[in-house]
Each structure stands twice: as structure tokens, then as C-alpha cells.
Design a protein around this ligand. Structure first.
Ligand SMILES: [Zn+2]
Length: 130
């Protein structure tokens, strides 16, 4: 099976919501900054009041690589992407697209989830052209 992240005390709630099919983005209650990865204090102002806000579920492809060989569980070719979420923070995940060779930086993507055992992992789907 593909690997799974091991939650830490600071990321446990965030991963538990992903397992329920909800992507959230941590936001500072003091300065309102969104950030990722989840942590116990704001990377901008240091405040420790953090809330998890449901993500819009959309983003823009910032960078990607197409892997033609992969570790156990991954069927090549597959794309690994860095996405700028609508809220601003960046998140890495697998990119699912009908034609990987047609993928371009700047394309709109939508958050999706891949089931791995009893857990879920965030991935991204290419937005269909209107
Ligand atoms: Zn802050």
C-alpha cells in the first residue's frame, strides 16, 4: 500500500478531518493568516489561537513532476504536484489528469481524496474545461 503520513499532536485533528473527507486550512484567530503545515502557533504573529477552516477545495497548479518510476503502490506514470490553494497556502499531492502530458502550470485544480485503507489522502483533479 502507498505510505501514509503519521499525525503528530499538532496535525492529528487536521488529518482526522481529511479522513472524513474534509480539507481544512489552519488560520490564526489573531492576524487571520492562513498557513500550512498545521502547527500550534501562527508562523506570522506567533499567536496560539488557531482554527481549522474548511478549504474552498480549489487551487492553482504551481509545479509538478511526472514520475515514470515509483515506490511500491504507485503505478507510473503519475504526477506529483504543488498546488496553491484558494486560501493561499501550498499543498503537495498526487495530480489526477486524463492526459498527464497535457498538464500545464497555472491550471485550475480541485481538491479530491484518495482512499488508503481506513484513511484518506488529499490529491488533486484537473478542472474540466468549460
Ligand atoms: Zn497570526
Amino acid at each position: 500500500m502507498k505510505p501514509l503520513a503519521q499525525p503528530t499532536p499538532d496535525t492529528r485533528e487536521w488529518f482526522a478531518l481529511i479522513d472524513e473527507g474534509r480539507l481544512t486550512v489552519p488560520r490564526c484567530r489573531e492576524c487571520r493568516a492562513f498557513f500550512l503545515y498545521p502547527r500550534s502557533s501562527c508562523p506570522r504573529c506567533g499567536h496560539r489561537a488557531i482554527e481549522l477552516v474548511d478549504a474552498a477545495g480549489t487551487g492553482t497548479l504551481l509545479s509538478f513532476v511526472i514520475n515514470h518510476r515509483g515506490p511500491e503502490g504507485f503505478v507510473p506514470p503519475y504526477a506529483l504536484a504543488i498546488v496553491e490553494l484558494a486560501e493561499g497556502p501550498h499543498l503537495m499531492g498526487t495530480l489526477r489528469a486524463p492526459d498527464l502530458e497535457a498538464v500545464e502550470v497555472g491550471t485550475s485544480v480541485r481538491v479530491a481524496f484518495e482512499q488508503r485503507g481506513d484513511r484518506r489522502v488529499v490529491c488533486f483533479d484537473m478542472e474540466r474545461a468549460a
